[in-house]
Unconditional design. Structure first.
Length: 63
């Protein structure tokens, strides 16, 4: 039983490492986009993401 738990924990650790690497990659890409965008572009991106959040919130909780 202990070996099964060890295997599960090892797989979870491996998946966490993979997810961490992908998240780091995405964060670097977002940082590059934010550096390239002007202040107006950043403001528009924030508004777009806020609107998207509101739409998704309404769809999830009111449908």
């Amino acid at each position: 039983m202990v070996t099964l738990q060890d295997k599960i924990i090892e797989e979870l650790g491996s998946e966490m490492d993979s997810t961490t690497n992908r998240l780091d990659f995405v964060q670097k890409k977002v940082a590059v986009v934010m550096k390239k965008a002007s202040a107006k572009g950043q403001f528009m991106m924030i508004l777009f993401l806020l609107a998207l959040f509101i739409i998704l919130f309404v769809l999830v909780f009111f449908t």
